[in-house]
Structure formats: structure tokens, C-alpha cells
Ligand binder design. Structure first.
Ligand code: EPU
Length: 329
């Protein structure tokens, strides 16, 4: 069966099942022990053929519990992330506005700890409900137990440990607006919003994303194909002396450089390699130009990594997860 995925690469799974309840998940996992559990495949690079059984997390549900002016939102893995952001804003509850329009499902959000415009999912999370595959039981994990970091988590590092069942988030005025990201500030100023509401911030973010990022329905893509590299202060100083205008921000563990800028400086913007290419308005994004397969993307990514390594001696890490097929148990 063909597996739909944001990158738009061909992938056929020998066994695939849409799982519509937690009960169904547990039953499916008891016969397909080594199954790969996915959401909307919005951050995966899938191989042409998958021997491993595939379960698509499609269980739904959403509960809102008011707590004074704030609220706890408990939401199932199979819901769409952006629909959740819209729902929360529709209830007058802010906190998720900077994360508007990120493709994918709620269950996928903690896997790479989605982040945009100065906010990361982990900052809004209260708990993650998971199914512990080894012990066969449901657990509730506090954010501090999830190994969250920049575009990473325990779920990404050890993908076969847990299945994410759902999340609880805190939304409402307890979350201050985060407006310090230059693009967001500029967009709000352009719209004449000096004191924006969360909904207006979401509208600004949506406009920026639509302008910069290709629509995955038209051009297969998984957003950023590389993480922004974090280097030591010494490396950043050395590069900054050689490269005037180098973008560098202090981050946990060192200095974060802009991978988009490094790729741009290596001349990759808008270039094509066979059936795949580098998006002209945001070179961190690789796009399917028609008929591209996982190997095409990985080959282009390797060429870009090699250029950046040669010119700057900086290693770019992949951001999406390439799925390797294993033999079925
Ligand atoms: N830049 C260039 N040339 C370009 C484009 C950008 O030099 O052609 C430079 C700009 O100067 C800019 C810098 O690169 O200062 C950073 O660009 P941008 O603000 O577009 O953000 P990013 O660091 O490239 C990250 C996330 C995005 C997220 C945006 C906004 C990662 C890997 N990517 O991109 O996340 O939307 O910031 O917060 O952290 C994703 O993860 O899939 C994703 C799209």
C-alpha cells in the first residue's frame, strides 16, 4: 500500500493499518511487535519499500479544562497540529500562536520538539501520555522526563521505546507573547499591530511561513532539512572574522549559526539536482520537483553537507528522520 508523506517520495508498505483508538493500537502492537508508528509522515524520509509493518496514529480527541483564565488542553496524537492551534486561539487562549501552520500531527510534535519564532513545544507542555512498548503499559511523562532539546527528544533518540498517545498543554494568558523574533516584529509592524493579540501574532506567522516556505501539497518537503548548527564561541569568532555578516545567536551549549545562510553562501540556493532541489526563498528546505525519491534527497543533502564542511568546517545535521527498513519480526 502506498504511504502518503510530506516529502512526496514513493513508499510502499507491505502492511499498513490506520489505528483509530488506543485499544486498537494495543491490539495491533501485540501482533505487529516491531511496527513503526507514524502520524502524517511530515518529518520522515521514507524508503521506497517498507517491510516493517506501519501503523498510522489516527486516534482523535480533545478536552479543554478551564483553570481560571488559563486552560489545560488534552489532545490525542491523531489530531492535526495546526487545527489544535486554531482551536486554542478560537477559544481566546494564546500560547501556541508562534507554532501556527506547522504541518503534521499532534503526536509528532514532541518527537522533534517542534519550534518556530522563538517558541518550542516543550515550553507549553504539561505532560505527554505514552504507551511503553517494552512494559506494555500507559505512562504519563513530565516534560523533564522527555529529554527535550533543540529539535530533539527522547522519542527521537530512542524511537522504539514509546508511542505518543497524546499531550496536555497549558494555554492562556500565563503564556506571554513572544515577539522578539525579527521576522515577526517586522510583519506585525507592517500590519500596524503595536499591541497584537495572540490571534494577530498567528496571522503574522502564517503570512511569513506562506511567503518563505513551500506548500508541501505542491512541493513535497519536510520544512528544514538540516538543523541550525551549534558551535563553540571560538569557532563562531573564527568564522565571524572570515565571514562578515555571519548570523550567530547564543544558545544552550554554544553559538547557533544559521544553516540557511551557510548553505546560501555555498551557492546552493535555488539549485537542482535531478528530481529534487533547494528552495529559493529558504535554502534550508529541500523540495521534490517531481518524482524525487528518498535517495535523491539524501544525495543532495550529502552534497550540501560536504560543501558547508569544506568551506566552513561546520557539520550540518539532518533534521528529519530517515527511516531505515528492518526485516519484519
Ligand atoms: N538566511 C540567509 N539566506 C537565506 C535565508 C535565510 O542568509 O536565503 C539567513 C537569514 O539571515 C536569517 C537566518 O538565515 O537570519 C535564519 O533564517 P530564518 O529566520 O528563516 O530561520 P531558520 O533558522 O532558517 C528556523 C527553523 C524553522 C523555523 C524558523 C523560524 C530550524 C532547523 N529551522 O529556520 O523551522 O520556522 O527558524 O523560527 O531550526 C522546521 O523545523 O522545519 C522549520 C521550518
Amino acid at each position: 500500500m502506498p504511504v502518503p508523506n510530506a516529502l512526496g517520495v514513493p513508499c510502499t508498505a507491505q502492511r499498513l493499518r490506520f489505528v483509530r483508538s488506543e485499544q486498537e493500537l494495543m491490539e495491533a502492537l501485540s501482533c505487529w511487535r516491531d511496527a513503526l508508528v507514524v502520524g502524517q509522515c511530515s518529518n520522515l524520509v521514507l524508503p521506497k519499500r517498507l517491510e516493517r509493518p506501519l501503523l498510522v496514529a489516527a486516534w482523535r480527541g480533545l478536552r479543554l479544562v478551564r483553570e481560571g483564565a488559563d486552560a489545560l488542553l488534552t489532545v490525542a496524537a491523531g489530531e492535526s497540529w495546526h487545527a489544535l492551534v486554531r482551536y486554542s486561539l478560537g477559544q481566546g487562549l494564546g500560547g501556541l500562536e508562534n507554532l501556527a501552520l506547522i504541518p503534521g500531527s499532534v503526536g509528532a510534535a514532541p518527537i522533534q520538539n517542534i519550534g518556530a519564532y522563538g517558541v518550542e513545544l516543550s515550553e507549553r507542555l504539561i505532560q505527554v501520555r505514552v504507551f511503553d512498548r517494552r512494559r506494555g503499559r500507559v505512562r504519563r511523562l513530565a516534560p523533564s522526563e522527555c529529554g527535550f532539546g533543540y529539535r530533539t527528544s527522547l522519542f527521537k533518540a530512542q524511537p522504539d521505546l514509546y508511542v505518543v498517545l497524546g499531550l496536555t498543554l497549558r494555554v492562556g494568558p500565563c503564556n506571554p507573547l513572544v515577539l522578539d523574533y525579527p521576522d515577526v516584529g517586522r510583519e506585525l509592524a507592517k500590519a500596524g499591530r503595536a499591541a497584537p493579540t495572540p490571534r494577530q501574532v498567528a496571522e503574522a506567522v502564517i503570512r511569513i511561513r506562506r511567503r518563505k516556505l513551500p506548500d508541501p501539497k505542491r512541493w513535497g518537503n519536510v520544512g528544514s532539512f538540516f538543523k541550525n548548527p551549534i558551535v563553540s564561541q571560538r569557532t563562531a569568532d573564527r568564522l565571524g572574522r572570515r565571514q562578515p555578516g555571519l548570523v550567530a545567536h547564543s544558545a544552550l551549549g554554544g553559538v547557533k549559526l544559521a544553516a540557511a545562510q551557510l548553505i546560501d553562501l555555498c551557492g546552493w540556493k535555488g539549485r537542482r539536482l535531478g528530481r529534487v532541489g533547494v528552495w529559493r526563498r529558504q535554502p534550508l528546505v529541500l523540495v521534490n520537483l517531481g518524482g524525487g525519491e528518498a535517495d535523491d534527497f539524501l544525495a543532495l543533502a550529502q552534497r550540501i553537507q560536504a560543501s558547508v564542511m569544506r568551506r566552513f568546517a561546520v557539520r550540518l545535521e539532518l533534521e528529519p528522520t530517515p527511516v531505515q527498513d528492518g526485516p519484519a519480526a
